[in-house]
Every structure is written in structure tokens, then in C-alpha cells.
Ligand binder design. Structure first.
Ligand code: PHB
Length: 387
């Protein structure tokens, strides 16, 4: 090697060293896989808003690393889910996946996350499999299991004195599992489910089913719909004249983030959920104020779940000083954490699903007002999880 090249190498090394030292930790790539179109579009927006609010409150950094987002619109379409999640992992090289709303899409995400070991935080979809048979050390949920929401509602409807209930929902994992959870609690309390009605996701042609309900004459109806579908269902139910004769209940998704659009049709409806409007705690007040200021919108349960997905990622990354590859330590930190959620503090079960309180809520004006607890510290049974 000649003297010229040696000098050149020495000069570049001398220059590069202080530069490298001054260089910040590489950005943390968060892959947001959420619906931006379709019946769940507003839910995706609220989750992203909540997540971004938490990151902004931390000065844009988690675990000492500046956060950068890569986004995919999953369209709530399970058929496209595997391709979408692979794009984020293989093409974009994300450090962590956050998503999604739809249970069928989330199951595909969990499968890939389990196979590749990529960190996954589910900010809504309640699919039992994610924290059941597919549970894994790198998979977490900041929301609920479908079973939990159905079970809490089943207990509440039984306590309100109803005996014979008809159920109505979309025919896919979320609807099936919420109805199963509802049935488990409701039958345990002595009630019976006299009819189970459903239609394919995301259809909203409810008329034939409403006619069937009217003929069945149950004491009450239990429904799961969400987003745009929930708006139409609640309006159609009232429009068909059923609201007075057959009281309508549901998991809280039926009336969360939907009240402006549902108007008077939603007034008085009771639902159960792990969040309610105006809980009145200092934590929730601060969150609601910050959210309203940032987005000129009131938060809903989806915003809370997005915010808490941010908090969970923050807790895990703080424990590993931003090194997302240290998955064992990341998981250990979350397993012993108390998440300071606007909904009330929660812990994670061994399967990484929130153990949390459920509120009985009633629609009063434009609010899902809490009327008290439906279920205290309810844990998903995590059937099939071996971890
Ligand atoms: C789900 O598919 O798991 C799901 C979707 C929307 C909700 C709740 C659950 O509001």
C-alpha cells in the first residue's frame, strides 16, 4: 500500500470517529398496520392518533430512539394481511409492528410475528387466538380479548333481569367470540340465548334480520358491530321500531366513537366496555384534554388503546435502552408493569392480554356514561396458550 493511500485512510478515520460518536441512535421504525378505508377506517385513525399523542408527549422518542412511522392500509381484509405484514417486515425492516383492528387480519399478523420473532403490539383486535393458541413472548395486546368484552356484557345483561336474548353480529372471529363470551356468562347466570343471527363482514343489509328479531320477540338483543356498521345498525334498529319493545345491548363498540353519527337512535343504550367517557379520574381528564387539544376531537376507546400501545412500547424499550432485539428483557419489563392507562391501571396476563375492569355504560346525550363496574379485574382465560 502506498503512502498516499495510508494517509488518506488515516485522515478519513480521524474524521469519521468523532462523527460516529456524535451520531444519535438509529431511528426506531414502527410499522403501523391499520385500516384507513372501509367500515373500520375511523377506528384506525383514532388508534394512530392515540399512539402518536403518547410518542409526542415523550418528545418524539421511545427508549432513547426517535420514532419513525411506516404505514400500511390493511383495509380490514384478511386476504391481503400476510402480504401487508411481510412488506413491513421484509421491505421496510420495521423494529416493531403495531396493528390492527380486525381480528382476521390480526391473526395473520400474529402468525408472521411468531414465525419471525418481530415485536407485535395489537391495539384493538380481540381475536382469542392472539393471546391463546398463538401466544408468544414477542406478542402483546393493549386492548381486550373478544371473550372479555362479551363475558362482561353477558354478566351485565343477566343482572339487569333479562332471561331470553337473541344475538346479532358479523360472522367472523370477533362476532363469534363476543357472542361465545356473552353466552358463557349469560347462561352461567341462568339466562338463555334463543336465537343467533349473523351476516357476513362488513355487510350492513340488516332488514331481514330485524324482521326475524321482531318475530322472535326475545327479552333483549345483544349485538356486536363497530365503526360505520355500528352507526347503521343502531339507526336501523331504532328505525324498525324495535328499540322500545326489545332493549338493545352490546359490547361497547356498538356506541363508541359513533354517537355523533347515531344521534337520538343511540340514546339510552347500555353496553359494557373497558373504557367510558368522563371517568373523571385525573389521568383520564389529562388524556382527554391533551387529545382534544391535539386533534380537535373527543377520544374514544380506540384512541385509548392506541395511546396505551405507545405506553407499552415505551415501557419495554426503556428496559432495553432502545434495543428492540432484546426481546426477553422487553417482555419481562412488560410482564411486571402496571400500565397507567386513561381507562384505569392494568397489568398484563401471562399471555400478554390486559387484566382490566369493565364498565357498564349508558348513552346519555353524546356520551357513554359509566354507571358503575360490570366486571372487576376480568382476565381472559387464555385457552390454548402455552407460554
Ligand atoms: C375485531 O375484529 O376484533 C374488532 C373490530 C372492531 C371492534 C372490536 C373488535 O370494535
Amino acid at each position: 500500500m502506498n503512502l498516499f493511500r495510508l494517509t488518506l485512510i488515516a485522515a478519513t478515520t480521524a474524521l469519521a470517529a468523532p462523527l460516529a460518536m456524535a451520531q444519535a441512535a438509529p431511528k426506531l421504525k414502527v410499522g403501523l398496520m391499520l385500516p384507513a378505508t372501509g367500515t373500520f377506517a375511523a377506528l384506525g385513525t383514532a388508534i394512530e392518533n392515540g399512539f402518536r399523542l403518547y410518542v409526542a408527549e415523550q418528545g418524539g422518542k421511545l427508549g432513547g430512539r426517535e420514532v419513525e412511522f411506516v404505514k400500511v392500509d390493511d383495509e380490514s381484509d384478511p386476504a391481503k394481511a400476510t402480504d401487508n405484514v411481510n412488506k413491513l417486515i421484509k421491505r421496510d425492516n420495521v423494529d416493531v409492528l403495531v396493528g390492527t383492528v380486525h381480528s382476521g387480519v390480526a391473526m395473520a399478523m400474529a402468525k408472521v410475528a411468531k414465525e419471525t420473532g418481530t415485536l407485535l403490539i395489537v391495539p384493538n383486535a380481540g381475536a382469542g387466538a392472539v393471546t391463546g393458541p398463538m401466544c408468544a413472548p414477542n406478542i402483546f395486546r393493549s386492548s381486550f380479548s373478544n371473550w372479555q368484552t362479551g363475558y362482561a356484557t353477558g354478566e351485565a345483561v343477566a343482572k339487569r333481569g333479562h332471561k331470553k336474548v337473541a344475538t346479532i353480529t358479523w360472522k367472523y372471529a370477533a362476532g363469534d367470540e363476543m357472542v361465545a363470551g356473552f353466552k358463557e356468562a349469560f347462561e352461567k347466570a341462568g339466562g338463555s340465548v334463543v336465537k343467533e343471527l349473523n351476516l357476513p363482514f362488513p355487510n350492513v343489509e340488516f332488514q331481514a334480520l330485524l324482521t326475524d328479531l321482531a318475530a322472535t320477540k326475545p327479552d333483549a338483543t345483544f349485538a356486536f358491530f363497530a365503526g360505520g356498521g355500528a352507526v347503521k345498525f343502531v339507526k336501523d334498529y331504532a328505525g324498525a321500531g324495535l328499540k322500545k319493545s326489545i332493549p338493545l345491548y352490546g359490547t361497547g363498540f356498538l356506541t363508541d366513537g359513533t354517537l355523533e353519527a347515531q344521534g337520538d337512535a343511540a340514546e339510552g343504550i347500555f353496553t359494557a366496555l373497558h373504557y367510558a367517557d368522563s371517568l373523571g379520574t385525573p389521568r383520564d381528564n389529562a388524556f382527554r384534554l391533551a387529545y382534544a387539544k391535539a386533534y380537535k376531537l373527543q377520544p374514544d376507546v380506540y384512541a385509548v388503546q392506541g395511546y396505551d400501545a405507545g405506553q407499552m412500547l415505551g415501557v419495554g424499550l426503556a428496559a432495553v435502552k432502545g434495543d428492540a432485539s432484546k426481546k426477553g428483557e422487553f417482555a419481562a419489563a412488560l410482564e411486571k408493569a402496571k400500565i397507567d392507562s386513561p381507562r384505569g391501571t392494568f397489568t398484563l396476563s401471562k399471555a400478554h392480554n390486559p387484566v382490566q375492569d369493565f364498565y357498564l355504560r349508558q348513552v346519555v346525550g353524546k356520551e357513554n356514561k359509566s354507571t358503575g363496574l360490570a366486571s372487576k379485574a376480568l382476565a381472559d382465560p387464555a385457552r390454548g396458550c402455552k407460554m
